[in-house]
Structures are given as structure tokens and as C-alpha cells.
Design a protein around this ligand. Structure first.
Ligand code: AMP
Ligand code: MG
Length: 408
């Protein structure tokens, strides 16, 4: 049986990052750039004022005092019409171009304008050459690499691209990810279960997990535990870049998923990982004659197994397709806030509550009844990795934690 790290390696080796697609900036949040972005402009494009005030020659303001003749006025979006000569000043607004001859801006708060004789009195001990102005190209220059290939686009990257006039970018697209729940006991969530039945809660949860990971979910409903229904729905799911099946991968009599996937032409890469919960997880893939390789995960049906094995394995594949690095989950270290007794023959990902305190990251396991106890996970925002074996933890001990949520 593979270890979790071996399973990550197998997924990362099998999944190739998707070919880039030109995408409108408005749709590119969270996607990764396929190419370096080189500036074809200087920013700012001209020497500009950073303040409302007066553009002056710094040498005229010796000792911080001066009385200067106001010769011109320049607003953002217009151009100065006069050269500032000795003893002169131009009234200027934030963002307006610096007039020729001026080499500093005095803030309006440090001036007093005399409308009767058209002069301005300056009282600004701090004014010196370059005060309150920004020279052309000091933020970026034509030819600068502003963003590297592989960068995940956040609001500030999108803003920088917009400043450059790049309105379409080459990014790795969101993979389409089909979700197929399996089980004769399942009813849709808007129905009342009859005797022996339960609601198909995994589909809703997986759809949300796919969306949070950056993928485009495609729910396919419920497949019954017979070869015909399962086979037909698997064929539909293989139209997407990825297919996630929920249930039917363990050792039960009607656990038909692995054999039906193989019958559909999906080659098994691994089945079962040394992990708790989620041991029966299955991963395989299928080369397509005209299109990218399909990736298929059979996730165990127990809700917490489904939740955890998605976060460990399916999310890693989605991120690799999208060019997000690192693709595999990354642990943070946190201190336990209370004692805990860990017992298990497999590494266990235990639902937990992670907080950022004044003293750093602290974590506590939530009370949890195992892989069928989804209710406990609503109290959790993370999972603690307890290594295999018996270990007694004391408050203050450091453990590895994988966070599900944005803690900010
Ligand atoms: P299985 O992996 O198919 O053996 O299912 C394991 C357990 O998970 C069983 O108790 C199932 O009823 C339950 N289960 C399977 N699929 C779902 C689902 N889509 N939503 C909620 N529970 C499920
Ligand atoms: Mg089942």
C-alpha cells in the first residue's frame, strides 16, 4: 500500500499542467500565468506630482521660506503650458505632469495663496529637490519583467496587467471536474430518505470543494450500484478533465467502481493509501486520442473520508492541472492547546481547529467519531496529521497541520 507521500508523487508525475488559454482579465482571478509579462510602458508615463500644491524650483525655497509668482495651473489629465523660472511656481494637482523647470512640489498645506497679487507664500522646511514628485519610469520601465510565468493572479496582479493594457492573458484554465455519487441507498438532497436510505450529501460537499480548489464542478447525480448505470455515467464523466466518484471503492459486494473504471479504459495508478480516513481511495487516468488525459479519483463514500481524500489527493491533481505550486498540501506547524492521546496503525488526519494567536499558530483536535461523523468537521477548519503509532501529546507539543480555510 502506498504512503500519502508516494500517492502525491504518483499524482504529480501523472498529471500534466493544462495548455494555456487566452482569458479576459475579469475571469482570470486565481488562475496562473503561462508566460512572463514584460512591460512595454514606463510607469508613471511622465514625471508627476504626488500631492496637491505648487511646483517650484527647490533652490528658490532656501531655508524653507519663499514668496513666488504663480504663473500657471495644471490639473491631472492636462499639460502645463509654461516653464517655471526663478521666482515662479505653478499650481499643480495630484497626478498632473510636472512643468519644465520645476524640480519639487510643495504641499498645499504648507502654502498660502494671495489672490490679490497672484503670489504664493511658502513655509516648508522639508522641501528639497524631488520632494513630492515621482519621475517617469520609477515604478516600472519598458522591458522590465513585471510578472513571471507561473504567478497566481490576485487583485494586484490583475491591476498591474490592466495598467499595462493587457486585457487578455494566457492562463492555465480551470479544469472541468465531474462528480458522480454512487449508491443504491442515496436519494437527492431535496428528497426525504425512506427506510435504509440517506441523502447524497457528498455531491454538494465535493462540488464546493472543487470550486474552492479552483476547478469547475459538473455534478452528474447518483449512479446506482449496477454495472449498466455506473458504466453509462462514467462514460459521461469522462467528457470532463477530471472525474470524481464517491463511494463504491472499498471491499463491499457492490463496490463496482474500480472494475467499471478499468472496463471504461481508465488505467489504475493506485488503489488504497496508508491513511485514515480515506484508505480505499483509487486513482487512475486515461489518455485521449484528441484531448488532454482524463484523471479519475474514486473517493470512499464515508463523508469524512470523501472530504479528506479530496483535500489530499483530488485537490493536488486540480492544482497541478492549473499550474499552482505547490500542488500538494503544505503543512504548517502549530502547538497543541490541550493534551491528546493518538492511537492508530495508519497516519491519521484528525479534524481540528487552528487559530492564529498572539503566540503563533495553536491547534486543538475536535471530538470526532470517525469517517462517518461529518457533523464534527463543521467545528474544524484544519486537520492535524498524527503519525502512525501510539503517541501521547501534551499541551504545547508541536504537530503538523493542514488548513482548509483562509484564516485571515
Ligand atoms: P461506500 O464507500 O459506497 O461503501 O460507502 C461508505 C459509506 O458512505 C456508506 O455508509 C454510504 O452510505 C455512505 N455514502 C456513500 N455515498 C455517499 C454520499 N454520496 N453521501 C453521503 N454518504 C454516502
Ligand atoms: Mg456504496
Amino acid at each position: 500500500m502506498l504512503s500519502v507521500d508516494e500517492a502525491f508523487s504518483a499524482i504529480l508525475a501523472a498529471v500534466e499542467t493544462s495548455a494555456p488559454e487566452p482569458t479576459a482579465l475579469a475571469d482570470a482571478l486565481g488562475l496562473t500565468l503561462a508566460d512572463d509579462i514584460i512591460s512595454d510602458i514606463d510607469s508613471p508615463p511622465f514625471d508627476k506630482s504626488l500631492m496637491d500644491g505648487f511646483a517650484v524650483r527647490a533652490e528658490d525655497v532656501t531655508g524653507g521660506k519663499a514668496t513666488l509668482r504663480v504663473i500657471d495651473e495644471v490639473m491631472a489629465g492636462s499639460l502645463p503650458s509654461k516653464v517655471v523660472r526663478q521666482g515662479e511656481a505653478t499650481r499643480i494637482m495630484t497626478g498632473a505632469p510636472i512643468p519644465e523647470g520645476a524640480d519639487a512640489v510643495v504641499r498645499v498645506e504648507e502654502t498660502s495663496f494671495n489672490a490679490e497679487n497672484g503670489t504664493v507664500e511658502i513655509s516648508s522646511p522639508s522641501t528639497s529637490v524631488e520632494s513630492n514628485l515621482m519621475r517617469r519610469g520609477t515604478s516600472m520601465r519598458r522591458g522590465d519583467r513585471v510578472l513571471p510565468a507561473g504567478r497566481i493572479l490576485r487583485p494586484q496582479e490583475l491591476g498591474a496587467l490592466a495598467e499595462l493594457g493587457v486585457h487578455t492573458v494566457n492562463v492555465r484554465p480551470r479544469p472541468t471536474v465531474a462528480v458522480l455519487a454512487t449508491g443504491d441507498e442515496l436519494v437527492p438532497v431535496d428528497q426525504t430518505p425512506g427506510p435504509g436510505q440517506i441523502r447524497n450529501s457528498n455531491e454538494t460537499m465535493l462540488v464546493a470543494q472543487i470550486r474552492r480548489a479552483g476547478g469547475e464542478p459538473v455534478p452528474l447525480g447518483i449512479a446506482r450500484d449496477n454495472r449498466k448505470d455506473l458504466g453509462e455515467r462514467i462514460a459521461a464523466g469522462l467528457q470532463c478533465d477530471m472525474l470524481l466518484l464517491s463511494g463504491g471503492v472499498s471491499a463491499g459486494k457492490l463496490d463496482l467502481v474500480p472494475s467499471e473504471l478499468e472496463a471504461a479504459g481508465v488505467g489504475q495508478v493506485f488503489h488504497k493509501v496508508r491513511v485514515k480516513p480515506g484508505k480505499p481511495v483509487w486513482y487512475g487516468n486515461m489518455e485521449m486520442p484528441n484531448g488532454p488525459c482524463r484523471h479519475v479519483f474514486g473517493l470512499p463514500g464515508n463523508p469524512v473520508s470523501s472530504l479528506v481524500s479530496f483535500e489530499l489527493f483530488a485537490r493536488t491533481a486540480i492544482r497541478k492541472l492549473m499550474g499552482i505550486e505547490p500542488a500538494a498540501p503544505k503543512a504548517v506547524r502549530a502547538r497543541m492547546v490541550a493534551a491528546h492521546i493518538a492511537r492508530g496503525d495508519r497516519p491519521t488526519y484528525h479534524p481540528a481547529r487552528l487559530e492564529l494567536s498572539g503566540e503563533g499558530a495553536v491547534v486543538r483536535p475536535v471530538a470526532w467519531q470517525g469517517s462517518a461523523d461529518l457533523r464534527s468537521t463543521v467545528e474544524a477548519n484544519a486537520m492535524i496529521l498524527f503519525p502512525a503509532g501510539d503517541q501521547d501529546y501534551a499541551a504545547g507539543d508541536t504537530v503538523e497541520v493542514f488548513c482548509w480555510d483562509d484564516l485571515s
